[in-house]
Design a protein around this ligand. Sequence first.
Ligand SMILES: Cc1cc2nc3c(=O)[nH]c(=O)nc-3n(C[C@H](O)[C@H](O)[C@H](O)COP(=O)(O)OP(=O)(O)OC[C@H]3O[C@@H](n4cnc5c(N)ncnc54)[C@H](O)[C@@H]3O)c2cc1C
Length: 776
Amino acid sequence: MEKVDFRTRVLTRHLQDSRRLAIAGDISCSPCLSYTPPEASEQPFSFDVTSMRKLMDGHNLEDRDWLFNLMIQSNLFNPKLRGGKVFVVPDYNQSMEQQREMTMKRIQYLLDHGVFQGWLTGKGFEDEMRKLSLLEVIEIFDHSLAIKIGVHFFLWGGAVQFFGTKRHHDKWLNATENYMVKGCFAMTELGHGSNVRGIETITTYDSKSREFVINTPCESAQKYWIGGAANHATHTVVFSQLNIDGKNEGVHAFITQIRDAEGNISPNIRISDCGHKIGLNGVDNGRIWFDNVRIPRENLLNSVADVSPDGKYLSAIKDPDQFFPDRTVRFGAFMAPLTSGRVTIAASAVYSAKISLAIAIRYSLTRRAFSITPNSAEVLLLDYPSHQRRLLPLLAKTYAMSFAANHLKLLYVKRTPQLIKTLHVVSSAFKAILTWHNMRTLQECREACGGQGLKTENRVGQLKGEFDVQSTFEGDNNVLMQQVSKALLAEYVAAKRKNKPFKELGLEHMNKSCPTIPLELTVSTLRSSQFQNDIFCLRERDLLNRFAAEVSKYQAQGESKESAFVASYQLAEDLGRAFSDRAILQTFLEAENNATDAPLKNALGLLRSMYVLVTLDEDAAFLRYGYLTTENAATVRKEVAKLCNEKYYDAELIKCRDGSKSFTKNRLNDNFCDCADGTDEPDCCDGSDEYGGTVLCPNTCIMGGNIVYQRTSYDSVASNLDAINSRKTKPVIKMEDTAQKLSGLKALVFLQVALVIVIVAFRLIRRRKTRRRNSR
Ligand SMILES: Cc1cc2nc3c(=O)[nH]c(=O)nc-3n(C[C@H](O)[C@H](O)[C@H](O)COP(=O)(O)OP(=O)(O)OC[C@H]3O[C@@H](n4cnc5c(N)ncnc54)[C@H](O)[C@@H]3O)c2cc1C
């Protein structure tokens, strides 16, 4: 009973308290937020957007638009009208099986409309660039679709093209382009992924029947993760050790049929499904076993090595393990199609980063959270410096990587035998760095959208699952970066041994004297391309020297070359990044040089500075090895914060009097207070506004009744009448609104005139009374 009494008292007190609070008006509801899409209040850009797009997409703009228009015309791509624009989005409510079937239907639609024309049979620069651009558009729509197409054209088709000879080209390329055959690429095994040389599938030659016999000798030799194998592929390129007369000749590639056109699995082939994945479920990854499968001798892809009808092994390349063309290739030649995969993966990672940043930045330009001062409007997310720091450096990096991807595509398409090594190293580095960047960007964007980031329809969260695999397939990123460092070391050792200048891999800067970094960095130095290039070159040069010294120290202690590499992994990692950052910066500078108009160059200059300074801020190597002093590192950090603000506001800046922030001229008179003290507008005409320094209240202080002044003044008067709501949002100035506000203004003027009349009348009456009093 006592307990009940106690509870009743507590409850009564609670209810009384809350009634008191409500009566006192301490709790009041906020007016509802209204939403305006960011483009509605978008100000004119300071640069030409079309030119920027041209620079970023780089090539085949018309082809890209053509394909996009083709996609929005078909329900297969789920066209949706939103805000007067058509978007295409994947359908997120499908099961894995439905996604796989839908992928095939979309491929059929694209095939019927001639999208793949010339993808394998076309020759030359134009065809190659068109193919790459169209794949990027498909990638923007749906990663699964692009990967399924990529496996068929770039891996299977590429293997036939690069490893095969005329007989293979004649038989397979046209059929592949028309999807008469559906190809896949069986390299990875359960037991061996990154280490391709270790695969266990064995192929022998039967000279009596003139056939190869392919066998999966054990469970770890089953082919695993093979895209297209689970449901649709009719043929595969199978990678296997070739054993001739008891001698292992290393990894070779063979064409094998695994299904007929009706989808029946071929004799002596077993296939099973890899199952549901965290993303990419529109691709049917499968496992394959070969039970002594017999194939004709001609199915060996024989551009590098062949077996004569009577069973003699023929190869111009002696060492099965050698890598680069200047020293003879065998194993390395088999990696060639993977280069095209790395190129397309790197490029598509940048598009994914662009999509997520576009979504997260748009969101941060409309979403408000918390007020800084009582009764003031809630703050736009992108007005928080912390939010700017999270998103805008990623944006700058995405620009940088966009240029890097364009450079890589050109390097690939214009490849010559002399460029194979460079292509291998640059594609490995860029594939790793660009896909890592994408994953980091996706996570940051997901979080920057708060709960909305988790909604599948908003794409960012979904893309994380879809693109995660990019850091693993077609070369695990960490393994690729090791190869980059190894290749740099090989270059270093060769140059030093022969006492010759560096000529490749962008290492020519090592031939010059070592760049010096000023002891005290000024803002103009930090933003100069000379300094930026110098500090990236300095880091690469020094790390390469250190890496070479460490490896040779271990070797001097009796370690093998391979274990010396393994032990020096920290320097190898730092060096791989240093190489990539320097190479990416060079592509940025190239793009900047190609830009002709000044505003575009200015925007690119800011983005480049942001890219470099953020890299300096984030990579501990600059402090660890002393390329930056702690003071300079602090200056860099401050400059990044400044750049974030500048990037956001981009055009001419106005500073708040209290120094809290800056905003652009064109944000004046938008009925929203940009400064924390809330005084930036509309009362600046009395000269009491907050701008310090050089910029003087540009629109509102032009006294004398020009049109801009009148309109903005009326707006500001009208906005006072509607204070709370107008401060919550950034309304677009429309003619109807202006007219409405003007009629509101008439009422106000009328009231003011009435007030003046009342005051004058009151005064006249008082004066008369006073006179009467005095006269008495
Ligand atoms: C969705 C998907 C689709 C795929 N499609 C295909 C396909 O169509 N055809 C095909 O042939 N393959 C395909 N693959 C396989 C893919 O190429 C391999 O998964 C990849 O090469 C990595 O191999 P692994 O999975 O065996 O990982 P591992 O090689 O076992 O690597 C595991 C981890 O060990 C690390 N590691 C490995 N070696 C070293 C080392 N030397 N030093 C330090 N760390 C190391 C790696 O960095 C990684 O983190 C696909 C994979 C997936 C997930």
